[in-house]
Design a protein around this ligand. Structure first.
Ligand code: G16
Length: 546
């Protein structure tokens, strides 16, 4: 084997964020940049010799180049085998499923999730551990520490491999097996949902769906499962071919970016679709729409929790549930009624891993369009869509009716998120510092009808390994159940993004049809005044409202 040790110098910007290392493609294209981070991952993994790694990405620009480099580095670092998705493709939930199914040592996922792609877009890399989930903070911090001292990396001198044909080939002493990216994942779905019932729904001819894959990774998965296996009409999946630049779009499944889908669901007439869904760059996020009806991710989580016992894959029902702190408290009400625990974790899927592994929960979700269960250790976009399909097939109700019935029973949590993107980092840091200094004096203060019950900087102690995560966002809770939460995003690549999350609870069914921004207007104004958003950021309005 011709292994070369290449001398390098540390980069000072390789600390993983909420979900791995995300940077502009041009940053990753600097000589040694990708290699330094990959070597740092490998250096932090004990007992990797001879073990199996899973590798794949969302197909964005630079995916193929990075895959070839990582394969040669894996061979030089002693791995026994790499399972790589054909064409270098694997969705994030599929990587998790493949790691678990093959009992692999871990996996590397190449994606910048919902961020735009292409030569001027973003790229990213993250490591998942043997449970199939994102590396915990302890490991990501160790990887970061290693990037700060790295002096060389190891790479096998070899030709690039052919990655479009299924089958095994050798790379030095390592085996590379090119696998079908869809097969293991699709098989897993058949055990969780009632495919017969969903098929009958499509066969009835009375139900039409549109799935917008946004030219990202989920296209092949959605076509196989929805159209080939479940009998949805050809053309149900739109923008189904993964493209390196996502067709110039922004693969973020929300009302602002999934515009083609939203237009289709806003149609009227007998042929208008009944159900719409979209997923993001790497397939872990989802958005669910009924006819002219948007389901917030927080409501979606609450509704899935209230109905999970109806599905074949979850005969035990809801064992416990978790949501990230900024996610609305709608699911808490479901857990309370069912008498199960509801955990509040920091933002980031990695915080659900221990809870899932130790069976404290079997369902979890986040406001950032992510829901998932114990079937894998990542959030899973297509899984959530199949869940909704199964629910519609069983209850024979529209999406809107299911949501409204839920609100009637549990009340409605009006919820919005205001993002201020690409704010100067120093200004964003000053805003948060100023807020932190203020929080102790906020408790007991009143703002009109809102009295502050609790104000703190969220801190989480993992109930399993007792690790403590501090400074996870400032939350202000009011005595009437309303909340304002502030935090800085950990996934952006330009400046800082301030996220402000606002919610209020409305028990009265006759008041469940209000305009969200209007009914939250007073809280939105208070959020600005308390934090001095205009003053610190110089912005009059958020960049994105979801
Ligand atoms: C990632 C994480 C999620 C998190 C989201 C938003 O999602 O996996 O857990 O909620 O980022 O994080 P932030 O608010 O820090 O930007 P994805 O889909 O981008 O991998």
């Amino acid at each position: 084997m011709n292994i070369k040790e290449i001398n390098t110098k540390p980069f000072d910007d390789q600390r993983p964020g909420t979900s791995g290392l995300r940077k502009q493609v041009t940053v990753f294209q600097q000589p040694h940049y990708l290699e330094n981070f990959v070597q740092s991952i490998f250096d932090c993994l004990e007992e990797k010799t001879g073990r199996t790694l899973v590798l794949g990405g969302d197909g964005r620009y630079y995916n193929r180049t990075a895959i070839q480099t990582i394969l040669k580095m894996a061979a030089a670092n002693g791995f026994g085998k790499v399972l790589v998705g054909a064409g270098g493709l694997l969705s994030t939930p599929a990587v998790s499923a493949v790691i678990r199914h093959h009992e692999a040592f871990g996996g590397i996922i190449l994606s910048a999730s919902h961020n735009p792609g292409g030569p001027d877009g973003d790229f990213g890399i993250k490591y998942n551990i043997s449970n199939g989930g994102p590396a915990p903070e302890k490991l990501t911090e160790a990887i970061y520490a290693r990037t700060c001292e790295l002096s060389h990396y190891r790479v096998l001198q070899a030709d690039d491999l052919e990655l479009d044909q299924l089958g095994e080939q050798s790379l030095g002493n390592m085996t590379v097996e090119v696998i079908d990216p869809v097969k293991d994942y699709a098989e897993l779905m058949t055990h969780l949902f009632d495919f017969g019932r969903i098929k009958a729904l499509f066969d009835s001819g009375l139900f039409q769906m549109v799935f917008d894959a946004m030219h990202a990774i989920t296209g092949p998965y959605a076509k196989e499962i929805l159209e080939n296996q479940l009998g949805a009409a050809a053309g149900t999946v739109i923008n189904g071919e993964p493209l390196e630049d996502f067709g110039g779009g922004h693969p973020d499944p929300n009302l602002a970016h999934a515009t083609e889908l939203v237009e289709r669901l806003n149609q009227s007439g007998p042929h208008a679709p009944n159900f719409g869904a979209a997923s993001d760059g790497d397939g872990d996020r989802n958005m669910v729409l009924g006819r002219r009806f948007f389901v917030t991710p927080s409501d979606s989580l609450a509704i899935l929790a209230a109905n999970v016992h109806r599905l074949p894959g979850y005969p035990q029902g809801l064992a416990g549930v978790a949501r990230s702190m900024p996610t609305s408290m709608a699911v808490d009400r479901v857990a309370e009624r069912l008498g199960v625990d509801c955990y509040e974790t920091p933002t980031g899927w990695k915080f659900f891993g221990n809870l899932l592994d130790n069976r404290k929960i079997n369902l979890c979700g986040e406001e950032s369009f992510g829901t998932g269960s114990d079937h894998v250790r990542e959030k899973d976009g297509l899984w959530a869509v199949l869940f909704w399909l199964n629910l519609i097939a069983m209850r024979q109700q529209s999406v809107e009716d299911i949501v409204r019935e839920h609100w009637c029973l549990y009340g409605r949590n009006y919820y919005t998120r205001h993002d201020y993107e690409a704010v100067e980092q120093d200004s964003a840091d000053s805003l948060m510092k100023n807020l932190r200094a203020k929080i102790t004096e906020l408790a007991g203060q009143s703002f009109g009808e809102y009295e502050v019950q609790l104000a703190d900087d969220f801190q989480y102690t993992d109930p399993v390994d007792k690790s403590v995560s501090e400074q996870q966002g400032i939350r202000i809770l009011f005595t009437n159940g309303a909340r304002i939460v502030y935090r800085l995003s950990g996934t952006g690549t330009q400046g800082a993004t301030l996220r402000v999350y606002i919610e209020r609870f409305e028990p009265e069914a006759s008041l469940h049809d209000l305009d969200t921004q209007a009914t939250l207007a007073q809280l939105i104004k208070m959020a600005d005044e308390i934090a001095g958003i205009k003053q610190f950021t110089g912005r009059d309005a958020p960049t994105v409202i979801t």
